[in-house]
Design a protein around this ligand. Structure first.
Ligand SMILES: CC(C)(COP(=O)(O)OP(=O)(O)OC[C@H]1O[C@@H](n2cnc3c(N)ncnc32)[C@H](O)[C@@H]1OP(=O)(O)O)[C@@H](O)C(=O)NCCC(=O)NCCS
Length: 198
């Protein structure tokens, strides 16, 4: 069970940007391994974050988990060309920015996309991800969204089990040949959970 000292809050304070980048990279770095290494990611990600599109978990003032949300037309990890140019230069930035643009996803109208769910590796398995998930669904419901969407890769059965347990149903599986070597997965499944009690 999570400690009582854990609080969830909407919005990522700027003081936690660096730690958020580290947690994010620890969770998803494998996917980006051909684009940037950890040191580069720790510079790039804070330049891409939209702090208003996150629900975060804090324990004793320390960031331990993040739910990155895409709604009202924008997400938590934004596509900002100047951030790529400043981090990698003109040529290096261009192809990375293009790849990240192709990788970005938008939710259907009336639905909220959970772009990313990541918990500090040292704090996994303590209920923090489940609480962030529940808070994301509550937020979506309060904002009048019909459903929450997310995607999970085929090499992450534990995360998928968590989502199924929390009421998410698979909608569609998309196979991406070649990505196994490049990014560590061969397919991903889009999942959806209605939150409007209809
Ligand atoms: C997936 C993740 C967000 C879950 O958060 P959490 O706080 O560990 O989850 P909870 O404690 O609330 O729930 C535990 C369940 O989460 C899943 N889980 C736990 N550790 C996990 C891990 N290292 N990787 C993936 N899923 C994990 C399992 O389903 C687990 O249930 P189990 O113990 O019965 O197997 C977190 O483990 C994480 O950041 N993993 C790496 C990033 C990731 O896979 N994100 C999801 C991408 S779709």
């Amino acid at each position: 069970m999570p400690a009582d000292s854990i609080v969830l809050q909407h919005g990522l304070p700027e003081a936690h940007f660096a730690r958020a980048a580290a947690i994010y990279y620890a969770a998803f770095g494998r996917k980006y391994r051909l684009l940037f290494d950890e040191a580069q990611a720790l510079v790039l990600f804070p330049r891409l974050f939209d702090p208003s599109h996150a629900i975060v978990a804090l324990d004793g003032g320390q960031l331990i988990g993040i739910a990155g949300l895409h709604y009202e037309g924008s997400g938590f990890v934004c596509w900002r060309w100047p951030a790529y140019r400043e981090t990698f230069g003109l040529i290096g930035g261009a192809h990375r920015a293009l790849w990240m643009r192709l990788d970005s996803e938008h939710p259907p109208a009336g639905e909220l996309l959970l772009e990313a769910l990541a918990v500090d590796p040292a704090r996994r398995g303590q209920g923090i991800g489940s609480r962030l998930l529940a808070e994301t669904c509550a937020f979506a419901r309060a904002r009048g969204y019909r459903a929450v969407r997310l995607s999970v890769v085929d090499t992450n059965p534990r995360a998928r089990a968590l989502y199924e347990r929390e009421g998410f149903q698979p909608v569609r599986t998309i196979h991406v040949p070649g990505m196994q070597w490049a990014a560590g997965f061969g397919a991903f499944t889009k999942m959806r959970k209605p939150v409007d009690d209809a």
